[in-house]
Write a protein that binds this ligand. Structure first.
Ligand code: GAP
Length: 477
């Protein structure tokens, strides 16, 4: 299959799911028990990619900015938090139930799948019931459906030795709540002045009704949040700034194609209960089309007001520059779903190309064209043969690069051609081959993943110069 024939535009999810498992990016959780709905584990390559995403996100949003600090909050929080936040009362999806099998379905998803509505996210229970009746909609198993009911997404458990109402606890439904609770602590310990942001990468748990589409909709996932606190009069401008900032993050920093990224404003009845305005950053996931990867919310002072009210603690900011004015700051929220970004990066960089094998026959190579900073391994070391000291030389280069903190792979199994393909499929930008000449003059071949060409003087690079190639510039150039 040539690159032209490979249908990148409509890349299907199954190809990526299989690729992820085969290469060790993502495994179904509890795989040997048949998996467990909407939970997944990250394998060795997945963890490397994950950490690279975290590092890049952190650099862009926190460590390169003077006005953002980062915290890491606990998963368990006082149950009153979820009352105050509005999640116990309002964090619900509409569901309908198959009256025979009792299987439950998210009402908006079911109505969208039957074609009865294009976007069902803002429907009331009564509207769902009317649409079901008017269109004679039945469950996927062909049975009548129940009336639509609200289904709370918070994951409930008990903490402590007694299981009764007094020990009910919730797993975080959204990661950001620790940030609001720690606003005063951060203010006092960092002496930050408005406007400033608090960032967090944290787990969130949701008892999602619809559990398909791989890591797009999970019951346990990470959110990467920036909550930006400002004076109410500055909130609109900050909101605009962050909208632009997010666009740059996805296209300029993570290098997702601009045509695959779009910003979509929520309709009035689609917005979360805490937001007065909301935009989604969406990515085009091949055949699946555009899906949300990050939500921007204009939260006003809702969260600080609510927690001040429920805790009885003053969470206001003393604004010396505004004549000792006291107020609860407004919050602009940027909340990204880690697994959705992870998946977008795989869709973006996955290619199938027709190439010649060592004997001049056509073969398909799967290649992940990750930017250098995202690539799980930056370089793979391949001794041409295990004999004549090549293995030892390769191992010694491997040890040196590992000691220098570079993410390097080592592979001595199979033909060089097969090993190149394996590394292409892992998205490794560089392959270093140790051959007979390397033993004589301390030079090696360094092959570039995308061009499949060897770089350097007459195709050779001195071992002491390898590190010069291992950066974005060399990779791009
Ligand atoms: N604190 C705001 C908040 O939680 P959200 O729009 O519900 O807002 C933010 O979630 C992001 O979290 C979404 O843009 C999405 O990327 C991700 N997300 C939400 N539910 C998810 C799920 N079930 N699985 C994976 N990611 C999810």
């Amino acid at each position: 299959m040539s690159e032209k024939e490979f249908d990148k535009e409509n890349l299907d999810l199954n190809t990526i799911v299989n690729y992820c498992k085969r290469k060790g990016f993502v495994y179904p959780s509890s795989d040997i028990y048949g998996g467990y709905a909407a939970t997944y584990d990250f394998g060795p390559l997945g963890v490397l990619l994950k950490n690279n995403i975290f590092q890049i996100w952190r650099k862009w949003n926190v460590t390169s900015r003077p006005d953002v600090v980062e915290i890491e909050g606990a998963i368990f929080m006082h149950p009153k938090v979820w009352e105050a936040s509005g999640h116990i009362g309002g964090f619900a999806d509409l569901m309908v139930e198959d009256s025979i099998t009792h299987k439950r379905f998210r009402a908006d998803h079911l109505l969208e799948e039957t074609g009865a509505v294009k976007d069902g996210s803002a429907l009331t229970p009564e509207q769902v019931d009317d649409i079901v009746a008017a269109n004679n909609i039945v469950s996927p198993d062909g049975n009548p459906l129940s009336k639509a009911k609200r289904f709370n997404l918070l994951v409930k458990t008990h903490l402590g030795p007694i299981e009764d109402e007094s020990t009910v606890a919730y797993l975080k439904g959204e990661a950001c709540q620790n940030i609001y609770l720690n606003f005063k602590n951060v203010l006092e310990t960092t002496r930050k002045k408005l406007p400033f942001g608090i960032a967090q990468i944290g787990k969130a748990f949701r008892n999602e009704i619809t559990v398909k589409q791989f890591i797009l909709r999970m019951r346990e996932f990470e959110q990467m949040d920036v909550q930006y606190f400002c004076h109410p009069s500055e909130a609109d401008q900050q909101y605009e700034n962050w909208k632009q900032n997010r666009q740059s993050f996805y296209t300029d920093v993570l290098k997702l194609s601009p045509e695959n990224i779009r910003m979509r404003q929520h309709g009035e009845d689609e917005r979360a209960f805490y937001a007065s305005d909301a935009w989604d950053v969406e990515y085009k996931f091949g055949e699946l089309g555009f899906k949300e990867i990050e939500g921007l919310h204009h939260r006003g002072s809702y969260d600080l007001d609510q927690h001040a009210k429920f805790s009885g603690k003053d969470l206001s900011y003393l604004d010396v520059e505004r004549g000792n004015l006291r107020y609860n700051p407004y919050i602009v929220e940027c909340s990204a779903g880690f697994t959705r970004i992870f998946l977008a990066i795989l869709f973006e960089n996955y290619f199938e190309e027709e190439v010649d094998d060592a004997n001049g026959n056509k073969e398909t190579r799967i290649v992940l064209k990750f930017p250098y900073n995202l690539a799980p391994f930056k370089l793979a070391i391949l001794p041409l043969m295990k004999k004549d000291g090549m293995k030892e030389k390769a191992e010694s280069i491997y040890a040196d690069l590992l000691a220098a903190g570079i993410s390097v792979d080592y592979d001595e199994a199979g033909s060089i051609g097969k090993r190149y393909r394996r590394q292409d499929e892992s998205g490794t930008p560089w392959c270093l081959t140790v051959d007979h000449q390397a033993l004589e003059d301390d030079t090696v071949t360094l092959r570039h993943r995308d061009t499949m060409e060897q770089v350097g003087d007459q195709g050779r690079v001195s071992v002491k110069n390898i590190k010069d190639y291992l950066n974005d510039k060399a990779f791009e150039g």
